[in-house]
Design a binder for this molecule. Structure first.
Ligand code: FUB
Length: 320
């Protein structure tokens, strides 16, 4: 085979990898490393936005430049859409494409995310990008950060304003939940791109990061990474303003990853728990998964009759 045809073959295989649907298993993908899942149900499709771990090994720290998108109509086969945005698309950001959350409102798609701010406002910050389609293209919605490190003072670390999670209540009021060590929330204006009022702290047992809010019936659920290495715990309330009642561990430490970050959705009548592990096996030319080389997994989520959640059973089969 000549050089040209080898090249053509490689190009064709790379293209195929990104367009041919992958059959579900856990971790979902092992040729690309994904973390911090944030799933959005829109119409007949689940859009799964993820962080993108690119650390060469597990000795350094996170290397994360952009966010990836995958979609599925059955939770079993996944279409790959590639990167939807990179951290430096926010002109005020230095890099570090950490956890995000996308949500739809009035036909627009808002992508809230964690990035490291440039040195005029040092520390991690939360930005918001907007698009007319869940597939993007996403553009910085306001040209500046929505939340900067200097806006909260409860902790001295500069990564305490990370991991945005949006919840829109039944009355249409939108809230931004976020934080590391100290959980916080704040109202959003109807335009989804401005804070509305003061940032309040939340009393939650053993909170580390990765807040996610969903509701079912009259109950609000606030799930979050707890302790370290991180498990996922959750609390419930009858009001979005709390008080939040601690309900214990929802998911144990996930294989080979000291962080975790969950997304909970209901799709076609079933509930799903989406998280990450460090369970990608080593392969030729590739180090194994691990603390900085994570990969998204999905398992079913079940409710008890009293509305509490059954502990997740992590599987290698994934959704069948
Ligand atoms: O992926 C970078 C950070 O690790 C996220 O922002 C946290 O939730 C944790 O998963």
């Amino acid at each position: 085979m000549g050089k040209l045809s080898k090249k053509a073959l490689a190009a064709c295989c790379i293209a195929a990898l990104w367009t041919v649907p992958a059959l579900a298993k856990n971790p979902l993908f092992d040729d690309v490393l994904t973390a911090d899942p944030a799933a959005l149900v829109h119409g007949d499709t689940v859009y799964l936005y993820t962080g993108h771990d690119e650390a060469p090994d597990n000795n350094g720290f996170f290397v994360m430049h952009d966010w990836l998108l995958f979609s599925s109509k059955d939770m079993k086969t996944w279409q790959r859409h590639g990167p939807v945005l990179k951290a430096t698309d926010f002109k005020w950001a230095k890099g570090d494409a950490w956890a995000a959350h996308a949500i739809e409102r009035n036909g627009k798609f808002y992508f809230y995310t964690t990035v490291r701010h440039k040195d005029d406002k040092p520390g991690f910050a939360i930005g918001v990008a907007v698009a007319d389609s869940p597939l993007g293209p996403f553009k910085d919605a306001i040209g500046k950060a929505l939340v900067t490190n200097d806006m909260t003072t409860q902790t001295k670390n500069d990564w305490d304003d990370i991991d945005p999670a949006i919840f829109i209540d039944k009355d249409g009021q939108a809230y931004l939940f976020f934080g590391n060590v100290v959980p916080k929330y704040v109202k959003l204006k109807a335009n989804m791109t401005e804070l509305d009022g003061e940032i309040k702290t939340i009393d939650l047992t053993d909170f580390t990061e990765a807040a996610w809010v969903h509701s079912k019936g009259d109950t609000y659920y606030l799930s979050y990474a707890c302790g370290f290495p991180e498990k996922i715990c959750y609390a419930t309330s009858r009001s979005i303003h709390g008080p939040w009642q601690y309900q214990g561990i929802l998911n144990e430490i996930a294989g080979n990853s000291e962080t975790n970050h969950q997304s909970i959705i209901e799709f076609q009548g079933k509930s799903y728990f989406i998280y990450h592990t460090g369970a990608v096996p080593p392969a030729e030319g590739r180090q194994s998964g691990g603390r900085f080389r994570r990969s998204v997994a999905i398992d079913p989520l079940y409710y008890n009759t009293d509305g509490t959640l059954k502990r997740v059973i992590m599987s290698s089969e994934g959704i069948r």
